[in-house]
Write a protein that binds this ligand. Sequence first.
Ligand code: HEC
Length: 163
Amino acid sequence: MNKAITVSISISLLAMTVSCKDHKQEQTAQVAIPAPTSSLPEKDEMTPEQKRLKEGNKRLGWVMQDLDIPEYKLDKLHKNGELMTESYIKYAIEIVKVAKTAKAVDHPDEKLTYFKNEMLAALAKYEEAFQAKDTEKIKTTWTTLKNACSACHKEYRTSSGGY
Ligand code: HEC
């Protein structure tokens, strides 16, 4: 075989090995995500930390379920430019009320708690804009809030793919 070809083949093989390795490292990095509740042992065999994780996941899940409808409605109203309508006000009050309950969720994962606090900070800004009836600020703070939701989902929401 031509020497130049051999060299080029070895280089591409090397490149493949390197990119494979990179991919593996990415996968290992994801293991930082807390164990899903389903992989935990039975309740009476759990360590206090595992119990805290289970309880934290459960309570966070409850908050998330109640965010589903107001988030969906508000997204639609934003898309249609129907801000501060009767319906908008109803769902904005609801999302603020529900999302605030995330504050009381005790979760052992520090990174998750960081994302939670970022969301609560964005929520406070959104609430402020909403109370001031400042539609321009409502738009920008809504976007920031949604980004804060997605930041956590990207890392922790395993079901339904996240957004
Ligand atoms: C601290 C992390 C975190 C933040 C912040 C967060 N979420 Fe979630 N969310 C999750 C996790 C984890 C799940 C998956 C829960 C499950 O499947 O039990 C989830 C699931 C959901 C679901 C699906 C719930 C269901 O069971 O049908 C909705 C809707 C949702 N989130 C909306 C939001 C909205 C809106 C915000 C921002 C206001 C938000 N989330 C912020 C972590 C977060």
